[in-house]
Write a protein that binds this ligand. Sequence first.
Ligand code: AMP
Length: 317
Amino acid sequence: MPLFSELGLAAPILKAVQEAGYETPSPIQAKSIAPLLEGRDLLGQAQTGTGKTAAFALPLLSRINPKAKSPQMLVLAPTRELAIQVEDEFRSMTKGLGMSSAVFIGGTNIRKDISQLRRDQQVIIGTPGRLLDLVDRRILDMKKFNTLVLDEFDRMLDMGFVHDVKRIIAEMKNRNHTMLFSATLDKKQQSLIDNILTDPAIVKVSTGAMTSDHINQEVIRLSPDVNKLNYLIDMLQGEEFEKVLIFDEAKHRVNRLCDKLKKAKFKADCIHGNKTQNARQNALEKFKKGNIQILVATDVAARGIDVSDVTHVINYV
Ligand code: AMP
């Protein structure tokens, strides 16, 4: 594996990498940084947890002109949580470098976005719906950006954003550098991807090298006479269940399960699409800090979130 110092990153970005404590590039970083520094388009097949955010953030930030205060790159993410997480990574890599970024997501006050856009931000990260809302209000001009990152593209399509994504791309008349990351690549999407990328470098990494080295998986089958909820509650009493993420299928089921766990005296909260963005962010922060033991979530709301020290992930289906 090469060293970060051998990849051609700009000196201040290299320093930020060291300050973040990243010692060696992950496979997706080792393979993506050089082509992106050259300005090549890229198709990256990688999951969350592989370090893919830094794989595009580091070379793109190395190419940014810090003196030009105008918008330069746009990152599209499918979920609000992911957009915030991507911006956190950008911020930690640009501390003290005089670069600016902003995140625009649904469920928040749009007036705050509008006033933030009065100052030009070099990097804008957002979810498709809110970005188009700002375009329709003629506050955000997609022609200003030349670089586009499509993060978690498969999920973006699963969530029904295909028309929004196509519209954003059509508005970006000066786009000349595009990268697309997806955990899965479906043949049916090939022609769409071919339309978006020009002669891309193709980088594929297997599962999450940063975080998922030591995962044990287990399927628990219950006979019909066993009450699933009671079984779950008994299991969660085990002291090894310190930080538990539980997925359920629908918003109302997530709410119901969370209420039942709270009644059983667990410290729990939930996130799903019907909650306000503030409530979602609050629950996630409490979970990250360890103030609650259990976070119940729909897959859509929680996909791609990066929380360290999760001891158990339960698919409650
Ligand atoms: P991502 O796949 O982008 O969500 O990154 C997963 C986690 O790995 C994040 O918490 C990153 O801050 C962290 N990370 C990214 N690159 C590295 C690296 N080269 N060394 C150590 N940690 C990293």
